[in-house]
Design a protein around this ligand. Structure first.
Ligand SMILES: Nc1nc2c(ncn2[C@@H]2O[C@H](COP(=O)(O)OP(=O)(O)OP(=O)(O)O)[C@@H](O)[C@H]2O)c(=O)[nH]1
Ligand SMILES: [Mg+2]
Length: 417
């Protein structure tokens, strides 16, 4: 595939939450994820984006030079452009102009796998297109020589608008049907009585990687933004518990296009039905607190109240100074892992079980003869159902408090000192 060279342009305003450079770097990652090649970044500090040209005239001239020098084919602006801004930039710069919203929509449409995701993305794209239709009409009326005030262009615009409106209604109905089937799937799952856990967090935090480590299933992971769109639920594979279901979900992003809020709502609703949320945070990112805030803001916007939350700091192996990072993060959580390390699985399962409402469950322990101390502890804490002696170990079945039972099981699997 021939590379498509692009330029990322951003405006830093005094009331922005993040420095413009950070937001622009993320825009660059989005562009790469969408298959473009980033040739450069241009930023400008202003009170607000220019209403016509997004940046000021001096920067615009600079961008024009860069386009000529580096053969730039696409310019991407870090905010959603108004139809006027987009037209003005296209006319002035004579290249394709994208904005953050259209880029995110494009990535979503590349990633959509399920029927629901396809419907959601088409809805979002049509909602993005609706206010921009006027622009197409302007082109058409110009082609028609601008004869009269109600030229063929305007008729076309009315037809386009009506067709888009009808398509949106059809898609909404299709979505309602898909949701009914998803609700019944969820009800069936909840009826099994297991503990349900949902992974949540900023895009690229490592949710799918942890999902894979916990369940040994192959959920798509990639060093790209929005690798996952659709929720996937699997059983956790651990000797500590056999009834934990974990759901992987879509990642959050700052400046989430409002057209996509609905698409997020349906996916994130999965979280409301979970018993526990694991909030995965990339602690190697210096802006980890802002990443967390962004996630909470989106949830707030969607009116989603979280059940119990456990904050898990991931990618500790990538932290430049792990001791300093642990210290800086400790007021939020003390759970630090590398999702890529299989040993993190049982630490996560233990953290989940500690939050689990205390219930008794039947467990089977296979205790080697050199671990008789554990045999006594299990005996003391649970009600023994049966004991069987084999040449290598004692097989002990007992009814025991789920949390204590899991802790003892973890000790049994820990290496001997
Ligand atoms: N070094 C290191 N890399 C990790 C760790 N966890 C995840 N990664 C990498 O980070 C990238 C993103 O991981 P994903 O699991 O796809 O992230 P995600 O949160 O599912 O991202 P979205 O689906 O986009 O929301 C991948 O390249 C992973 O291999 C970790 O603990 N250490
Ligand atoms: Mg993912």
């Amino acid at each position: 595939m021939t590379p498509i060279p692009c330029l990322c342009v951003g405006v830093g305003t005094p009331k922005a939450d993040w420095p413009v450079a950070v937001s622009l770097a993320e825009l660059g990652e989005l562009a790469t994820t969408a298959g473009l090649t980033v040739m450069g970044y241009v930023s400008q500090a202003r009170n607000a984006p220019n209403r016509l040209s997004y940046v000021g005239s001096g920067k615009l001239a600079l961008i024009r030079d860069m386009i000529a020098e580096q053969d730039i084919a696409v310019v991407i602006c870090d905010d959603e452009l108004t139809p006027n801004q987009q037209r003005h930039l296209e006319n002035t710069l004579q290249v394709k102009i994208l904005d953050r919203t259209s880029l995110v929509l494009d990535i979503f449409s590349q990633r959509a796998r399920t029927k629901e995701a396809h419907i959601q993305i088409e809805l979002a794209q049509l909602r993005y297109l609706q206010p921009r239709l006027r622009r197409m009409w302007t082109h058409l009326s110009r082609l028609g020589g601008g004869i009269g005030t109600r030229g063929p262009g305007e008729t076309q615009l009315e037809v386009d608008r009506r067709q888009i409106g009808m398509r949106i209604e059809t898609l909404k109905k299709m979505l309602a049907k898909v949701r009914v089937s998803r609700d019944s799937q969820r009800k069936r799952r909840l009826a099994t009585g297991g503990l349900t856990v949902a992974l949540m967090g900023y895009t690229n935090a490592g949710k799918s990687t942890l999902h894979h480590t916990l369940t040994e299933s192959n959920v798509y992971q990639e060093n790209a933004l929005f690798a996952t769109l659709d929720p996937t639920t699997r059983l956790v594979k651990s000797p500590l518990a056999d009834d934990i279901l974990v759901t992987d979900t879509v990642g959050f992003i700052r400046k989430l296009p409002h057209q996509l809020i609905d698409a997020f709502r349906s996916t994130l609703e999965e979280m409301m039905y979970a018993d526990i949320i694991l909030h995965i945070v990339d602690c190697s990112n210096p802006y980890w607190r802002d990443l967390m805030t962004t996630a909470y803001r989106v949830l707030d916007h969607l009116n989603i109240t979280l059940p119990q939350e456990i904050v898990v700091f991931n990618k500790i192996d990538l932290a430049p100074d792990p001791v300093l990072t642990r210290h800086a993060c400790k007021d939020v959580s003390t759970l630090f892992i590398s999702a890529t390390d299989p040993n993190s699985r049982d630490r996560i399962v233990q953290a989940i079980l500690q939050k689990r409402p205390h219930t008794n469950q039947q467990m089977v322990y296979r205790i080697p003869y050199n671990r008789m101390r554990l045999y006594d502890m299990i005996h003391r804490n649970g009600q023994v159902v049966s004991v069987e002696h084999t040449p290598e170990a004692i097989i002990l079945t007992c009814v025991i408090d789920a949390v204590i039972g899991a802790q003892l099981m973890a000790e049994l699997h820990a290496p001997l000192d």
